[in-house]
Design a protein around this ligand. Sequence first.
Ligand code: ATP
Length: 688
Amino acid sequence: MNNTIHDLLSAVGSPYANAQDCVDKCYGVEFSDVYAATLLLNKLVNFIDEDSSNDAELLCELFHIFLALIYQQGLGNSCLYIDDIAGKTLWLAPDASNQNDAFTFTHLAQIQTYLENVSTGLDKLEAIELAWPRLYTRRFYHYEKVLCDAVFSRVGHSSLGKNMSADADVNASANDTGAFEQTLKAQWPLVFGNETDILSSQALAVLNTLTSTFSIITGAAGTGKTYSVARLLYLAFSCLSVPPSNMLLLAPTGKAANRLQESISAELMRVKPVNDMPLFYQDLLQLQPLTLHRVLKINPNNGQAKYNLHNKLTAKLVVIDEASMVDLSLMCKLILALPADCRIVLIGDPNQLPSVEAGCILADIVRYAGTTLSKRKLSTCYSLLGMQLPNDVNDRVFHTEPLTSELASKNICVGLTQGMRSVDGINKVASAVLSGNVDKLIAMSENASTYARPPWSFVELDDSNDGKHIHLTGFVEKYVQNTLAPHFRHVAEQPSLLEAWNALRNFVCLSAFRVGAFGTEKLNQHVTKQLNFSVPSQSGFLKGQAIMIEKNDYALQLFNGDLGIVWPDEKGQFWAWFPNGVSSDATCHPLMFRQFSLYTLPQNSAAYALTIHKTQGSEYEMVDILLPEMQEKLVTRQLLYTAITRAKSNVSLYSSNRILGQTLQNDIKRSSGLDAMFAMREESMGES
Ligand SMILES: Nc1ncnc2c1ncn2[C@@H]1O[C@H](COP(=O)(O)OP(=O)(O)OP(=O)(O)O)[C@@H](O)[C@H]1O
């Protein structure tokens, strides 16, 4: 068998003349996908018997199965479900112009027979793992297995302090438990002062986390996740004796880590012991959130982590914020590098956009394990504080439905549901998006018409020329002229940097993409054009201009996605200013800025309008969302949900009915085998 893609493709009797032909005929497939699938097949033919290696139909089918696997991984799926492709046509162009293009797979039984015929070869290939009906590349199979092992090995061990347990079924040291309870009762008024009869979901989430080695706190934006984490850190030190030096606060991106620092220190300031500030408290305030890449010291050239299975991190408590953005491979690397007795806490909103790379770990675990606590766990939490479990305690934290899995009885996850920040209307709008309910979304907007500036408005754009709706053509120019340019003119007119920054952060215009008529590039160009002669400028930068960093610069501590503002110093010289979080020194202004020369900044761009992806993890008072004028598969309900939940007070969506309807139909469902692995593990535990 020859080694070139061209030869291999023709040898397997594929319908393609060469790799480019395959790319042209399989809509969405990239050259690298064809290359990877060809390499796999090329290797496999060395390990299979002569009959099979001469069976053109089998090889052609295998080539396309490998191609589908690589293609699915590129879309963020960790595996390929064979039953999802059997008998189906893949890669058909949207206009379906040429019926000969794309590929139709044979039926399930035939694929199963093919894979059985080459099963010995697949084993020898070592790059592929078949866990029928799932097909993986070995790497992703290994990642899911590591994660499954980590969850199961940890959830069996609810723990308090060093060797303690809150659960009745695990042996506890009475002395240690007593000391824990005593300190907890003493510290409780400081952290959850008014919760003396009924515990909120936040308090229960913190107590659950303190008594578990693996736990999750989920909730939409503003439900108090950070509020809970700050109190968890405080109690972990005071009640479990975990020193801040053994705590790791992690986030998936530098920007998310910066934001976490801002919000955590603000929350920690609120639980500050008033007159008698213990020394450790200063250390807690100094706790610097890091990215996962940074803490693991991942070599950007080869992806190898300095800290790993054989060289573990020193940590007793690890909190991973924005966990929905962490991909499978990175999470797996982190878990391998953590000591077995280290508590792992995942924080995030599983309904937001999943990670850019493959995986949807948070959503997978939460779906399988549920977000409610058992009544027994609730009683334990109340009794730790010497409180009685009320008869009418909020139902939502109980297991209200029959448990579907063993893992669901392990009290892994507490869901926070009450919005503490945004007006209630925004949470309802976000829920309607998640349930895909277009009519409800539009109706909610009509009901809101009595407000001066409604919490939610849907501004319908249309092509129909009926005179009733804003016309799609020319919309962007008008929008910039009437809304976006005046906003930034207002920012530039502010008397001080701080006021300009606050004005800038008050409002954001979000678009789904960079390119296209409704893309951020076009919007930014239009704003620059509008403001060019009416706002002071220096070296091509306008006063009050929003600026976004596009590349990490560890030396300058500026990270991809960091947002800053162009503003003059007292001598009139323009600089880029980036907020520095909240100062722990109460005498300083709460918001400090770091100042950078405009000439030495890492790669950056004007940021009058931002993509939704770039604002994941940020919040604004008011948000405008522009959906693209064309139907796009990547514009999904998760994307819209993420955009809407950036708003604290008001959100306006500009789109047509048709595009909105299609967006809500595009529901990201990533394939992963975690559910199946969890179920198999439970089954094997049941048997043993
Ligand atoms: N129990 C509470 N009592 C009073 N204020 C609260 C409570 N819980 C949260 N808050 C306040 O509500 C706001 C939002 O909370 P927080 O930032 O913790 O939410 P979040 O879920 O972390 O949001 P995001 O996902 O956007 O980071 C904060 O100002 C916080 O101080």
